[in-house]
Design a protein around this ligand. Structure first.
Ligand code: THU
Length: 135
């Protein structure tokens, strides 16, 4: 049976098909795993006003959060790129805020079995978080 890691990476690979990327043609899929074992996926959506583009990671994260899924234990990100696509700075910031303890699993869609693992603090050290308790 496939491990959680393999299952999540496969889900991210399938989610790529939902990408709306007419400008870059670079399709990215993401899949989040909740503590209770649910999987929420997303893919990148681009705009003619390029800066409005939303990455796959953020689409998946916004779907999860707005569905009330806040206990996120892992995120997988897949695209056709050697070694897999690394999350951009904006996505790292949101992961630091909403999924700080999540494992980050990255893979190339051409080789879903080769998975690289990162942590959110590893990707974004000393992140800015607005902690009301600490204020
Ligand atoms: N993109 C993502 O969706 N996630 C990443 O981790 C890297 C970049 C998207 C944004 C844009 O639609 C396309 O890839 C090219 O930058």
């Amino acid at each position: 049976m496939a491990s959680n890691k393999n299952k999540l990476v496969q889900a991210a690979g399938r989610a790529r098909a939902g990408a709306v990327a007419p400008y870059s043609k670079f399709q990215v899929g993401a899949a989040l795993l909740t503590r209770t074992g649910e999987i929420i996926t997303g893919a990148n959506v681009e705009s003619a006003s390029y800066g409005l583009t939303c990455c796959a990671e953020r689409v998946a994260l916004f779907k999860a959060l707005t569905a009330g899924q806040k206990d996120l234990v892992a995120i997988a990100v897949v695209a056709r790129w050697a070694g897999g696509p690394m999350p951009c700075g904006a996505c790292r910031q949101l992961l630091a805020e909403y999924a700080p303890r999540a494992r980050v699993w990255i893979a190339d869609s051409a080789n879903l079995k080769k998975i690289r693992t990162f942590t959110v603090p590893g990707l974004l050290p000393s992140a800015f978080v607005f902690d009301k308790e600490a204020a």
